[in-house]
Design a protein around this ligand. Structure first.
Ligand SMILES: Nc1ncnc2c1ncn2[C@@H]1O[C@H](COP(=O)(O)OP(=O)(O)O)[C@@H](O)[C@H]1O
Ligand SMILES: [Mg+2]
Length: 359
């Protein structure tokens, strides 16, 4: 797929403007395959920043809670409702208890935009899957260490992190992995050291396979491994995609969400062709959804036009509960177990487990 064929993006050629707004969008890395040399970074093209004429009048997401935010997404007793993605809401199958442990399904949360809900989804989807009795490992693969912080681990206090596991042959996963306060949920933490790995890995032989190599021995010990990617399509993210069999793409339901998706699907296609043919998109997840704006629904409509059944029926609504969970350092499923936000992540866990059976 390219930019011009992606529904909803053609009339909004505003990549530079979107990048300037978010300040975190980064450009892709050149994949080499095992034998090639690194590409020279090229200067970004200069373009004038022009917001759309009606930009000021467009509805903005709001953090205010409404009755609708607190209502369950699907009402099992009512008539079959049209879900928030505009399709009839299916009955999501209750995951059966696991019969064995492993081999793990490895799933990367990936979107090169920052602030779209990757870390929130890694933590809360991980905790919701762990509640079903499955053994779950979360890998913090962002030098900002947000997934570690979100689970109550202080990144600068770490003696060993995923960086040591990647760069030092004598370190084993068991030395770095920590249990969390949530049953069945372990964490491979990260801190700012990981940003050095992005540079140092360039020198390595088979540099795209480094994470896959270090994870190999622990695949039998877990049912699901979730990787929280950094907001970039650089070498660390390529390592995450090479080590994964699935990708979940969290997408904030707002105007600029669609920008950059073509670049992401292009990178996924390159990794599939050159490094990891078993990689598949498990699903696209609408996050920070505010059902009161026609705008949020329009964004989801366009994503459904483009990705069809790959879009999860579950969407994650905007609520102040998620920023609160970061402060207390625990998942929503333990912080507010009966909130609709926790229910939404449990529904997502059902969809993910239906699409990638584990345990
Ligand atoms: N559904 C939501 N409603 C409201 N705030 C959210 C929601 N999901 C995430 N957030 C908040 O938005 C910010 C960015 O989310 P995060 O998961 O860190 O994104 P990313 O990892 O993609 O950068 C965080 O402060 C987080 O608490
Ligand atoms: Mg993050």
């Amino acid at each position: 797929m390219n930019e011009s064929t992606f529904p909803g993006t053609e009339q909004h050629d505003l990549e530079q403007y979107a990048g300037a707004q978010h300040g975190t969008e980064q450009h892709g890395t050149e994949l080499s395959g095992p034998a090639a040399t690194p590409a020279e970074p090229s200067a970004p093209p200069q373009r004038t920043l022009t917001p759309p004429e009606n930009y000021a009048a467009m509805p903005r997401p709001t953090a205010k809670l409404t009755a609708e935010d607190l209502a369950p997404v699907s009402d099992p007793s009512g008539p079959r409702k049209i879900g928030p993605t505009g399709r009839p809401m299916p009955d999501l199958p209750e995951p059966l208890p696991p019969t064995k442990t492993g081999p793990a399904q490895v799933i990367a949360m990936c979107n090169q935009k920052g602030g779209v809900g990757k870390t929130t989804t890694t933590i809360n989807l991980g905790a919701a899957i762990a509640e079903t009795g499955r053994k779950v490992l979360l890998i913090d693969f962002d030098p900002q260490g947000s997934a570690s912080i979100g689970l109550g681990v202080q990144p600068h206090d770490l003696e060993l992190s995923v960086y040591n596991l990647l760069m030092q042959r004598d370190i084993t996963p068991a030395e770095v992995i920590q249990p969390t306060r949530v049953e069945n949920l372990d964490l491979l933490p990260a801190n700012i050291d990981l940003s050095a790995a992005e540079v140092q890995l360039v020198q390595e032989v088979a540099r795209e396979y480094t994470l896959q190599r270090v994870l190999e021995p622990i695949i039998p010990n877990y049912d699901v491994i979730l990787i929280d990617c950094a907001p970039s399509l650089g070498l660390l993210t390529v390592n995450a995609l090479t080590a994964s069999n699935g990708i979940v793409v969290p997408l904030e339901c707002e105007f600029f969400a669609l920008r950059g998706l073509a670049m992401l699907t292009d990178t996924i296609g390159k990794v599939q062709d050159r490094l990891n043919p078993k990689l598949e998109i498990v699903g696209i997840l609408g996050t920070m959804f505010d059902g009161r704006t026609t705008h949020a629904r329009e964004v989801l409509d366009r994503v459904v036009q483009a990705f069809d059944e790959r879009v999860f029926h579950t969407v994650i609504r905007r609520t102040v509960k998620f920023p609160e969970t970061t402060v207390v350092g625990e998942p929503i499923t333990t912080y507010a177990p009966s909130s609709s936000a926790a229910t939404q992540y449990r529904d997502l866990a059902k969809e993910v487990l239906a699409r990638c059976p584990a345990g």
